[in-house]
Every structure is written in C-alpha cells, then in structure tokens.
Design a protein around this ligand. Structure first.
Ligand code: HEC
Ligand code: HEC
Ligand code: HEC
Ligand code: HEC
Length: 125
C-alpha cells in the first residue's frame, strides 16, 4: 500500500515536470518577437528554432544564448531562459538591439553564404 502511494506521487510529479518542460520548449518557437520592441515595424522574424539549428548544424546553444564575463564568452554557460533584450537593453533606443539581432542572424548567413539576408525573407508577412 505504501509503495503504491509513492508510485502515484511520482507519476504526479512527472506529469507536472513534463507540462513545465513543454511550456518552455524551444520546439514551439516559430518566430522571434522580442517583447522589448513595443511598436513592431516588421513582422517577427521567421525562426523554426530546433529545425533551423539542426539544419544549420549549430551545436553550441551559447552561439545565441551566450554568457559573457569581462568581455569574454564563457564556454558551457548559457542564457536560454532570458530574452536577448534582458541584457542588450534598449534604453529608449531600439537601434542597438536591432543591430545585435541582425549581426547574429544575418551576420552568420552572410558568413556561411547560406540562409536569408533579404529583409522580407526573414520578416515574412
Ligand atoms: C536573418 C534574418 C533577418 C534579416 C535578413 C533582417 N532581419 Fe530585421 N530582425 C531580425 C530579427 C530576428 C529581429 C528581432 C525580431 C523581433 O523581436 O521582432 C529583427 C528586428 C528588426 C526590427 C525591429 C523590430 C520591429 O519590427 O520594429 C526592424 C525594424 C527590422 N528588423 C528591420 C529589418 C530590415 C529593414 C531588414 C533588411 C534591411 C531586416 N530587418 C533584415 C531578423 C532579420
Ligand atoms: C541561432 C540562435 C539560437 C540558437 C543556436 C539556439 N537558440 Fe534558443 N532561442 C533563440 C531565440 C532567438 C529565442 C527567442 C524566441 C522568442 O523571442 O520568442 C530562443 C528561445 C529559446 C527558449 C525559450 C523558448 C520559449 O518558449 O520562450 C529555449 C528554452 C531555448 N531557446 C533553448 C535553446 C537550446 C537548449 C539551444 C541549444 C540546443 C538553443 N536554444 C539554441 C535562438 C537560438
Ligand atoms: C546574459 C546576458 C546576454 C544575453 C541573454 C544575450 N547576450 Fe548577447 N552579449 C552579451 C554580452 C555581455 C556581450 C559582449 C559585450 C557586447 O558586445 O555587448 C554580447 C555580445 C553579443 C553580440 C556580439 C557583440 C557585437 O556587437 O559584436 C551579439 C551579436 C549578441 N550578443 C547578440 C545576442 C542575441 C541575438 C541574443 C539573444 C538570442 C543575446 N545576444 C543574448 C550578453 C547577453
Ligand atoms: C551560426 C550560424 C547561424 C545563425 C547564428 C543563424 N542562422 Fe539562420 N541559417 C543558418 C544556415 C547555415 C542556414 C541554411 C540552412 C540550410 O537550409 O541548410 C540558415 C537558414 C535560415 C532560414 C531559412 C529557413 C531555415 O530554417 O532553414 C531562416 C528563416 C533563418 N536562418 C533565420 C535565422 C534567424 C532569425 C536567426 C537569428 C535568431 C538565425 N537564422 C541565426 C545559419 C545561422
């Protein structure tokens, strides 16, 4: 009897854990729409998170979700629980945040000569 109660409890814990993981799953990310941009001039950029990173063969989550200390990127540390704008703050001027997104996204596409570089290929209506 005692054993059975324990089992039911652990199932309940597992169910909660699965729901929490799904709610935060990057699989559901289909576009980028940073909440810091209060007025969106363009539609959010198309970005099928897992599919994109698989096709582009990006192994290091820190390529985008990076953590720096004293100007140096720390290997094996990531910040996927944060929006880019939580660190790259707008402070009344969206230009620098837009530049960070464009540098990371478009910059890699230009470097690899793969992936979209035209405005309307990312900001799809
Ligand atoms: C490789 C993909 C990519 C390309 C190409 C690209 N952007 Fe973006 N852009 C992004 C991402 C990602 C963001 C952040 C999206 C967000 O949070 O809305 C962004 C944000 C923006 C924003 C600020 C958010 C808004 O909608 O007001 C503007 C304006 C913008 N881009 C304009 C442009 C223009 C103009 C071009 C072409 C010269 C361009 N982008 C090309 C990916 C791209
Ligand atoms: C090419 C850049 C890039 C790479 C590489 C990347 N991510 Fe992301 N990820 C993003 C962006 C951009 C968002 C934010 C989307 C948004 O604003 O809604 C995001 C969002 C997330 C979220 C939050 C999902 C949500 O529902 O809000 C998680 C979790 C996450 N990523 C995990 C990971 C993990 C784990 C890896 C490595 C296996 C990874 N990411 C690699 C760009 C990237
Ligand atoms: C935990 C804080 C943090 C988060 C979250 C974060 N960054 Fe950064 N990022 C930094 C720091 C610190 C640097 C190095 C100093 C600098 O250039 O601002 C940096 C550097 C960069 C650079 C290269 C610097 C340059 O301009 O040459 C780009 C591009 C960039 N980040 C884009 C992004 C994008 C896109 C996201 C979201 C997917 C993101 N960052 C999330 C802290 C963060
Ligand atoms: C480290 C390199 C790298 C970074 C960073 C990167 N991309 Fe890409 N991206 C690629 C490559 C490579 C492809 C081409 C993949 C293929 O089709 O083989 C691609 C393809 C794409 C495509 C075409 C559709 C697809 O999924 O293949 C879109 C849209 C795209 N990227 C958007 C983005 C956005 C938005 C960001 C920033 C949040 C981003 N990318 C960051 C390398 C990168």
């Amino acid at each position: 009897m005692k054993k059975k109660i324990w089992t039911l409890n652990s199932i309940a814990v597992m169910v909660v854990a699965i729901v929490v993981v799904t709610a935060y799953s990057q699989e559901n990310v289909k576009s980028v729409q940073d909440s810091a941009f209060k007025t969106n001039m363009r539609p959010g950029a198309v970005f099928l998170h897992d599919e994109h990173n698989g096709k582009a063969e990006i192994d290091d989550c820190g390529t985008c979700h990076h953590v720096y200390k004293d100007g140096v990127k720390i290997e094996d540390e990531t910040s996927e629980d944060m929006e880019c704008s939580e660190c790259h703050r707008i402070n009344g001027n969206t230009v620098t945040l837009v530049a960070k997104y464009h540098l990371r996204c478009k910059g890699c596409h230009e470097e690899k000569k793969a992936g979209p570089v035209m405005c309307s290929d990312c900001h799809v209506k």
